[in-house]
Design a protein around this ligand. Sequence first.
Ligand code: PLP
Length: 379
Amino acid sequence: MKYSGDILTDDTYSFSGIERPVAAPLYQTSLFTFPDVDSLSEAVKDESLSHLYTRGNNPTVELVEQRIAKLEGGDQAKLFSSGVAAIASSIMSCVEQGDHIVCTKDAYSWAKYICGTYLARFGVTVTFVDATDILTVERAIQKNTKVLYLESPGTLLLRVHDLRALASLAKIHGIKTIVDNTWATPLYQNPLSFGIDLVVHSASKYLGGHSDVIGGAVIGSDQLVEKIFRTEFLPIGHVPDPFQAWLIQRGMRTMHVRLPYHYASALAVCDHLYNNEKVEEVYYPMHPKSEWYRLATSQMSGGCGLLSLKVKSTDVSRIKQAVDRLTFFRIGVSWGGYESLVFPSLVAKDGDPSVIRLHIGLEEPESLIKDLDQAFSIL
Ligand SMILES: *Cc1c(COP(=O)(O)O)cnc(C)c1O
């Protein structure tokens, strides 16, 4: 386990230079002051290197950035006010008017909105593809393609992309690759090691880990992350508040303890769901029965608590009733915290009403399994 004591002890919180507090200092300040004008002149020369104003840099935010960069094996990371801010900025930093994006159709809905709707206003076009099929991706590439946007495992059905193959394909064509790595977390998958250019995360999920903070991150080479800093982060200003960053660093301290529990519980729930006669299909790529298992285990060393399933019933009102009967699983969006959650696809516009997404939280898996059994018994 690479995420252990070392990463927690070698950032010494040495910003103050006074002591070594066991908890990270919170620099809840909007600006930094200088002893004289010359020092200020030095700081304004390059805001990416200085502590001038918290829209640029802040030590509490940097602490999180350094940890995430280290976990992902990147030169640098930038923390954003949300996952979608990190996604939008990383995509925008790679395209200009007239460029083209190839985007997986398994991407998070707002990532698709950025690629397909928002950037269309600026003359950027997009082709949505089934990125699990490398030939389809290759055929979608045009002369002006600049970005291949991926998410693996993908939203809802958790389909897996062959990240090594897609990274090499993109390199041949001079295309930047971006992967949303939120599901696997930096503990279980490091896309940069497969040749991917930029990794994005929603820190609102397992990095924060307690459903009490929103945040996002981009990780990559010095060159790419510094460009994002100059062209999107600083000018557009979707930066995290220091306290937001502080909550994320606190969550990250227990990530290596929480994730294996989510993973084991999710596998136990999947085992049970595969044997439940009311269930048609289970979607969890790290389960040996998944069609993605071989590829998934060649890229990831574990999984999180998010899975989906399809019930045999297509009776919308029955499915609603079944979801309402759940007691441990609270009804809501998002995932990654302590509480187990359920999100039925029937509430989404084009959702398959038989598909239900579950977040397996940190409660005892036996209780969650019992809860699912009693709820699905009416289907
Ligand atoms: C939640 C989520 C996002 C968006 O992150 P926010 O922090 O909510 O902006 C992006 N990608 C995935 C896979 C997510 O689950």
